[in-house]
Design a protein around this ligand. Structure first.
Ligand SMILES: [Zn+2]
Length: 148
């Protein structure tokens, strides 16, 4: 007996199995559909993928240090993330993780929402690697997490 494969999409090595629901206004949805129709053969997922791939922005914020009116920009640094695997904890070093640093006084600030998201992502990556029976690295370069 053979198992019949459904016709249609071929098997993908890295399948797009994750759906990402987002709230949009009627106008934003209209723009998404029109841009998809113009640029990606009406494939809104493809348009979003391409938009995410090409998105980049310079960000800065005012320094919070008393008496300093400097400007804080993102600079690469190293950080540690604690990952829980079963009842064990692993410390993973994250190289080149962006952190805000004041151009005038050197004060450093971590964006807590961002740091929490990195921790969640690293936790997911470790879970994925363990699921694949692959070795968990001691060091992860942040830029490797920003690629596909
Ligand atoms: Zn400062």
């Amino acid at each position: 007996m053979s198992i019949k494969r459904k016709p249609g999409r071929p098997y993908a090595k890295n399948s797009r199995s994750i759906t990402v629901p987002h709230r949009m206004t009627r106008e934003e949805n209209r723009m998404l559909r029109l841009k998809a129709a113009l640029y990606t053969n009406s494939n809104t997922s493809e348009l979003i993928r391409q938009a995410v791939m090409s998105f980049s922005r310079e960000v800065s914020m005012p320094c919070m240090e008393v008496g300093c009116s400097g400007n804080m920009k993102l600079v690469p640094t190293s950080d540690q993330v604690l990952v829980h695997v079963g009842s064990n904890q692993h410390e993973i070093k994250i190289d080149e993780m962006p952190i805000y640093e004041c151009e005038r006084c050197g004060n450093q600030e971590i964006d807590l929402k961002f740091a929490a998201e990195v921790e969640t992502i690293v936790d997911e990556e470790v879970g994925f690697l363990l699921n694949q029976r692959k070795e968990v690295p001691l060091v992860i370069n942040f830029n490797d997490l920003m690629t596909v």
